[in-house]
Design a binder for this molecule. Structure first.
Ligand code: AMP
Ligand code: ZN
Length: 131
């Protein structure tokens, strides 16, 4: 059983932010920023790309509601909603989950870097749309 399934089963303790029959939200142990929360389906899927399309509606509705509550009650100015998919993308726990990372100011220890484009956009579109 994966570590998040063990948390869902109550075998490993966690700080529960929200729980219902399908969804569990817990405080992330790393607390990248204050209130950093993980929202996960109780049903195990390794990755974002493995989850059936029709189960995202509920997951994202709950994520929006929980994120709103966190931002409001912790007086954050906003938040990042993040899903790491695959080890190369930084996924370390192979049980699909959504990060809610509250943002307070520019000194938050979160950074996303954007680069100058080095690709032919039309070529990329063609590749994506093939098949
Ligand atoms: P990711 O890198 O997207 O797979 O995110 C995994 C997250 O799970 C990391 O931010 C970890 O800090 C967090 N994490 C790992 N183990 C636990 C745990 N037992 N309880 C709460 N969060 C955890
Ligand atoms: Zn699992």
């Amino acid at each position: 059983m994966c570590i998040f399934c063990k948390i869902i089963e109550g075998e490993i303790p966690s700080k529960k932010v929200y729980e219902d029959e399908q969804i569990l939200a817990i405080l992330d142990i790393s607390q990248t920023t204050k209130g950093h929360t993980l929202v996960m389906p109780k049903k195990h899927y390794d990755k974002f790309l493995d989850m059936p399309e029709n189960e995202f509606g509920l997951l994202m509705e709950k994520t929006q509601r929980i994120a709103g509550q966190i931002v409001r009650n912790l007086n954050a100015k906003g938040c990042n909603i993040l899903i790491n998919t695959g080890e190369t993308a930084g996924q370390t726990v192979m049980h699909m989950h959504v990060h809610i990372i509250p943002r307070y100011d520019e000194n938050d220890t979160v950074s996303f870097s954007f680069h100058e484009n080095q690709y032919d956009l039309d070529e990329i579109l063609k590749e994506i749309k093939e098949n």
